[in-house]
Design a protein around this ligand. Structure first.
Ligand SMILES: Cc1cc2nc3c(=O)[nH]c(=O)nc-3n(C[C@H](O)[C@H](O)[C@H](O)COP(=O)(O)O)c2cc1C
Length: 172
């Protein structure tokens, strides 16, 4: 068996250009959450992708060092809150490195998904509950593919949090 060649180093300029290029893609902001051993883990993410309608399947990518990563395994369940415009502060908080892991949702209004037990933000405009099908590494991140067990729009909750040009903003 041959050992794969290590990736060539990426220059700082190339990395900055890639970041700036991708910043032109306006992305919807979500919160992915897991409940593990009576503790909530939640993180802001823009990597959610709708993969397939039949059966309903999504993916997100998670940094291999993210605390939520440890709680996501094949067969584990998680929830995704698709954020409405009222969730900007929560999105900011749940992207803050070093926030306490314990009780990190104490200031974020939420309820629990019936199928995953994971937190769904009250300011979500829609949500999904999913079960992990498989996980594959991709550079610094892992790609998590999940079957959608349930999904719903939240009546009366609208707008969105978007990430564009390196900052989060809301649309009504
Ligand atoms: C707009 C935005 C989108 C993000 N998207 C992702 C993502 O898709 N995957 C990821 O691993 N981290 C993403 N992050 C970074 C995490 O939210 C952040 O590193 C968080 O603190 C990770 O949780 P932890 O500190 O509990 O490990 C994003 C951050 C922001 C501001």
């Amino acid at each position: 068996m041959t050992t794969p060649e290590p990736d060539p180093p990426v220059s700082e300029e190339a990395r900055d250009e890639f970041r700036a290029t991708m910043s032109r893609l306006a992305s919807g902001v979500c919160v992915v959450a897991v409940r593990e051993r009576h503790q909530d883990l939640a993180m802001t993410a823009t990597s959610l992708v709708s993969v397939s309608l039949d059966p309903p399947t999504v993916l997100f990518t998670v940094h291999s060092d993210a605390r939520l990563r440890e709680a996501v395994e094949p067969g584990s369940r998680w929830a995704v809150s698709i954020l409405g415009s009222g969730a900007l502060a929560a999105a900011d908080w749940l992207a803050t490195p070093g926030r306490p892991a314990f009780d990190q949702l104490a200031t974020v209004a939420h309820h629990r998904g019936d199928l995953s037990g994971a937190a769904i933000l009250d300011d979500a405009s829609a949500w999904l509950e999913c079960e992990t099908q498989w996980i594959r590494p991709a550079a610094t991140h892992d790609v998590v593919v999940g079957r959608v067990l349930a999904s719903a729009r939240v009546p009366g909750s609208g707008g969105a949090v978007l990430h564009f040009h390196g900052r989060m903003t809301t649309i009504p």
